[in-house]
Design a protein around this ligand. Structure first.
Ligand SMILES: [Zn+2]
Length: 226
């Protein structure tokens, strides 16, 4: 496959993810931003002030690793900073999705991250979902709030704001956002019925052992749930 068609595929996949997050209600109006690493010099990212439900391939912008516009026409989002932080700190991240999904954001607003073991599949797919301390959007406070977790996290909550997920590709980042919101919703409903039971530590350990021995999935010890 030529490099050019790789870039075209990235554009098509990012547009698809934009439409999905809007259809799922993970963003409203102009909220959220999605990006993908193109190469060592360029990142593909959604423009500011455009509804994700209406994004087309030609709307996407290309920026360099300092956030300068290098391709496309439009305004670079002030939240590009949080994407740049992820790409700069992590070589294994090639896609970033930031949304405001209702249930995840509700937990973030109540000041609660997901650090305990509740759902077996979520423990493996997301690991710990830490709550990043509130930072004013568009300032350095927001990327700085990610610093304690960025080296090992695949999903985070932003206090009083929303959520961010990372992937080795666009689909990976999208599915993490979907899984995060689904588990937040399930947890919310479980609490209306009483309160969720956390899995005993022994069962969590068993899960990590199976993941590692059967599927060869290595989970960073810092990202393991309590
Ligand atoms: Zn936001």
């Amino acid at each position: 496959m030529s490099l050019m068609s790789d870039y075209e595929n990235a554009r098509a996949e990012l547009v698809d993810a934009c439409h999905k997050v809007y259809e799922k209600g993970f963003v409203t109006a102009y909220d959220g931003n999605l990006s993908a690493r193109l190469d060592s010099e360029r990142i593909l990212i959604t423009p500011s002030g455009k509804c994700k439900g209406e994004i087309e391939a030609a709307d996407l912008l290309e920026i360099d690793y300092r956030g300068n516009l290098v391709g496309g026409r439009g305004k670079v989002s002030t939240e590009a900073k949080i994407h740049l932080l992820a790409y700069t700190k992590r070589k294994d991240i090639d896609a970033v999705i930031h949304c405001h999904p209702v249930y995840s954001t509700a937990f973030a607003t109540a000041g609660e991250g997901f650090t305990r073991g509740v759902f077996p599949e979520v423990i493996l797919a997301l690991g710990k979902v830490p709550l990043c301390k509130y930072g004013t959007p568009s300032t350095e406070e927001l990327p700085n709030s990610m610093l304690p977790y960025i080296e090992f996290s695949w999903a985070m909550l932003f206090e009083n704001h929303g959520a961010i997920t990372f992937g080795k590709n666009i689909k990976g980042a999208y599915y993490r956002m979907e899984k995060l919101e689904q588990s937040a919703k399930t947890l919310y409903i479980a609490r209306t019925l009483g309160r969720e039971k956390n899995l005993p530590l022994l069962k969590v350990k068993q899960l990590y052992n199976i993941a590692e021995s059967t599927y060869g999935i290595k989970i960073d010890p810092r990202n393991r749930v309590d």
